[in-house]
Ligand binder design. Structure first.
Ligand code: CA
Length: 412
């Protein structure tokens, strides 16, 4: 028994401008992380998780399941520390589903709604249980699988790395036999592609590399609503023991590269968490991008100015222009006065903002705080934060009502 082919692929999908997923393909360790949080915080969170895992290389006395649990806890601590020390990263978090192969066994650790599957004997078995709102509702019988697929809150997770100093990690050990294929994936795959199709696409692929590409394509063909990430590895019969692969360090993802990559994704401290602020990640990070490079228009050649002064015409044009500007400004102010959204201020207090959740620059935002709650973002669960900080524009009363509801829940 030995580890066979491996493959990993991630894609931003067709609707998201950024890819907040990350994966680890460092045999015998594999993982998928799906980050969340405004600005670039989601990317930072999932990449911090991946980085913590990649640092795993020395075998110790711990059994595989305990080791992978410890690695996930370490990843959690790092993300949590970062989220606390960096105002722009408040509320960031990530899912993490990791698999560690040791001899004939696969140790799996899991937090969130990324999944691990085993494909064996023409069947796809889901090994992990989602930590998500809809999974809870399904387990309690209040939602059917079909209803869950279209539930508006199907992406709300109930557990994540980075939101608390300690995280509750689900772990398990499953056996592996020759011919088994294991799949780790983010919800961008499972919410887009039915399980029967996933199984068929993998079975029909000539290689796992091809299967990874086909699965990502299928998710995009079905709409590509979310970032999609897949990691596949096969177990096959053979002489070489799996222990061989336990010897670490194949040179990929060295710490130096990683630091560079993470540095490029630093979250500006002044940013309120907004999904809409885009700061392009550095090119060398190789992070998938779906927007073309902004091209600088060449300066137009200077136009020779006429000597004669058509001052009347100029005056008219100036007046028209000023009127137009006034109209635009008035329109914008009118719109802004009716737009409120819920977010968190720089101290992390839940806040009702008036305006639009955009930052013009690091210091200038199109919004101002109108109500600062005594409720702190850290008092909410990751799921509640996702729900409350969706930045939907509503009336002031509605925004206050939403905050009041959580204030009541949390208590004084
Ligand atoms: Ca996702």
């Amino acid at each position: 028994m030995r580890l066979g082919e491996t493959a990993g692929k991630t894609d931003a999908g067709r609707k998201r401008r950024r890819n907040e997923d990350a994966f680890v393909l460092e045999p015998p360790l594999f993982a998928v992380a799906d980050g969340m949080g405004g600005a670039q915080a989601g990317e930072v969170a999932s990449r911090l998780a991946a980085a913590a895992l990649r640092e795993f290389h020395e075998a110790d006395d711990l059994a595989a399941e305990e080791r992978v649990r410890a690695i996930v806890q370490e990843a959690n601590r790092r993300i949590y520390d970062r989220a606390r020390s960096d105002a722009g990263a408040t509320g960031m978090g990530t899912t993490l589903t990791a698999a560690l192969v040791e001899r004939e066994q696969i140790a799996i650790a899991h937090v969130g709604d990324s999944r691990a599957y085993r494909i064996r004997g023409g069947r796809l078995e889901q090994l992990t249980e989602d930590h998500s709102l809809v999974a809870d509702l399904m387990r309690s019988g209040r939602l059917t699988a079909e209803e869950a697929e279209t539930h508006p809150q199907r992406s709300v997770i109930t557990r994540a790395l980075g939101t608390d100093p300690e995280v509750d990690v689900d772990t398990m050990t499953v056996d592996a036999s020759p011919g088994d294929v294991f799949l780790l994936c983010s919800d961008g795959l499972t919410t887009m592609v039915p399980e029967d199709d996933i199984l068929e696409l993998v079975a029909d692929s000539p290689s796992l590399e091809a299967a990874a590409g086909t699965l990502v394509k299928a998710a995009n063909r079905e709409g590509g609503e979310d970032n999609v990430t897949v990691v596949l590895f096969a177990v096959e019969s053979g002489e070489a023991g799996l222990e061989e692969t336990l010897v670490a360090g194949d040179g990929r993802g060295s710490d130096d590269d990683l630091e560079d990559t993470l540095a490029g994704l630093e979250v500006p401290a002044s940013l309120h968490a907004t999904e809409t602020t885009v700061v392009a990640p550095p090119e060398e990070a190789g992070w998938p991008r779906d927007e073309p490079e902004a091209r600088e228009e060449p300066e137009p050649p200077p136009v020779p100015r006429k000597r004669r002064r058509h001052w009347r015409r100029r005056l008219l044009w100036t007046a028209l222009f000023l009127a137009f500007v006034l109209l635009v400004v008035a329109g914008a102010l009118w719109g802004l006065s009716r737009a409120y959204f819920v977010g968190a201020d720089e101290e992390g207090n839940v806040t009702v903002f008036q305006g639009l959740p955009y930052d013009v620059s690091e210091d200038v935002g199109l919004y101002r705080a109108r109500y600062v709650s005594r409720l702190h973002a850290s008092q909410l669960s990751a799921g509640e934060r996702t729900e409350l900080f969706d930045h939907e524009l509503v009336s002031y009363d509605e925004a206050r009502a939403r905050v009041d509801r959580y204030e009541l829940e949390v208590g004084p």
